[in-house]
Design a binder for this molecule. Structure first.
Ligand code: FAD
Length: 363
């Protein structure tokens, strides 16, 4: 059994730390601001189906594997999941074509989606505004990442610094800002989200397009016995490559609210509780980096370094799988080929154009 130092107490670092501890390792997590990164903003969709995109079949296999872990994972952590599924909806005819494309892609990869006409949609989700049509993706779920982070934090030791703590292995899970010499492997893509409180939340996660503008509305599960009838819903998300700090912009808030209120007019009466911006951590090819750090210039590290980084728009969904992959790697040396950080050596050093390719989707 090893002494493992985990840098970063976001959902990924904490999930890794907890899994390593369960397997008998001695673990310390170090973070001056635990839980304050992208995991604080995330909507918590566990949605391989509504997120899948052309060319991402390999990633889909991994997101499906992790999605299958979530029900037992959430139950163990005592975190409720939203299980009613996702409604994908299009406001106008053009938006509906986006829905139909997504459904065709998902079905071609073996996923389940049922196209619904307007009447069927209104029966399934009476709070919907005027939409051209849509589809139900029954297998997508959602959970509250802040609750997951709190539950994991309660199970592991988290300190602001690791002064003098001897360790055999270091895991770097510091989100959008990796420390040197790995900093160039990950960059931030800003995402803004809003938190509203309403006593009339949608039953489903509602994702859609309004005149080409993508938006989602994620209701938190109702707490049995909670005195307050209000429910939090998360409205997201913008997506922007930038070099500055992730701030909430007036334009971002306006676009999100406009689109969400078209799909769900009842949100007009909701209380606006919070607007948050954070950087999604992404790699050159938008796939996570999970496994041994690639060789770097400079002094050889004193202990082996394992990365658990670059989870982009899937960090919540993939957290339980990443935790297992890191623990398996320490036990057997196995690395998931698609996620092997050593693949980045070529991208990062020889193809700056590719490093800055824009992400094609948002979450
Ligand atoms: C608006 C938005 C919506 C999203 N929605 C979803 C969603 O619905 N579903 C989904 O699966 N994913 C979603 N994501 C993506 C998801 O949030 C991220 O992929 C995930 O949170 C990454 O987790 P992480 O632990 O790697 O990073 P973070 O949560 O960013 O945590 C990194 C931690 O490292 C710490 N740190 C930084 N530097 C150091 C250092 N030098 N030493 C020690 N600690 C350090 C920070 O303080 C922070 O606590 C969303 C992201 C955004 C921004």
């Amino acid at each position: 059994m090893a002494r493992v130092l985990v840098r970063g107490a976001g959902i990924v670092g904490l999930a890794v730390a907890e899994e390593l501890q369960r397997r008998g390792h001695v673990v310390l997590v170090v973070d001056p601001a635990p839980g304050s990164g992208a995991s604080h903003a995330a909507a918590g969709m566990l949605a391989p189906g509504s997120e899948v995109w052309w060319g991402e079949e390999g990633l889909l296999a991994l997101t499906l594997r992790s999605a299958a872990l979530w029900p037992a994972y959430a139950a163990r952590l005592g975190v409720p999941l939203h299980r009613a599924g996702t409604l994908l909806v299009g406001h106008d005819r053009g938006d509906l074509q986006d829905v139909e494309r997504q459904v065709a892609l998902l079905r071609s990869l073996g996923g389940t989606a049922t196209l619904l006409d307007r009447a069927a949609l209104r029966r399934a989700e009476p709070s919907l505004g005027r939409v051209a049509g849509g589809a139900l993706l029954p297998d997508d779920r959602a959970g509250d990442p802040r609750r997951v982070v709190a539950a994991l934090r309660a199970r592991v030791r988290v300190e602001p610094a690791a002064t003098g703590w001897d360790h055999d292995v270091a895991v770097v899970a510091t989100g959008a800002r990796l420390p040197p010499p790995h900093a160039h492997l990950v960059r931030g893509v800003r995402g803004e989200v809003l938190r509203l409180r309403t006593d009339d939340p949608p039953r489903h996660v509602v994702r859609g397009w309004v005149a080409g503008e993508p938006v989602y509305v994620v209701p938190r599960p109702r707490e049995p016995g909670a005195p307050d009838p209000g429910v939090e819903v998360v409205v997201g998300a913008t997506s922007e490559e930038h070099d500055g700090p992730p701030v909430v912009t007036a334009g971002g808030v306006a676009r999100l609210l406009e689109a969400a209120r078209v799909l769900l007019p009842g949100l007009d009466r909701a209380e606006l509780v919070e607007a948050t911006a954070r950087d999604r951590p992404t790699s050159a090819d938008h796939l996570p980096l999970v496994g041994p750090a690639p060789p770097a210039d400079g002094p050889v590290p004193a202990v082996p370094v394992v990365l658990a980084a670059g989870h982009f728009r899937h960090g919540v969904l993939l957290a339980p799988l990443t935790a297992r992959l890191v623990a398996d790697h320490l036990a057997t040396g196995h690395v998931e080929p698609l996620l092997d950080p050593r693949r980045t050596d070529h991208h990062a050093r020889t193809d700056p154009e590719e490093r800055h390719a824009p992400p094609h989707r948002q979450r």
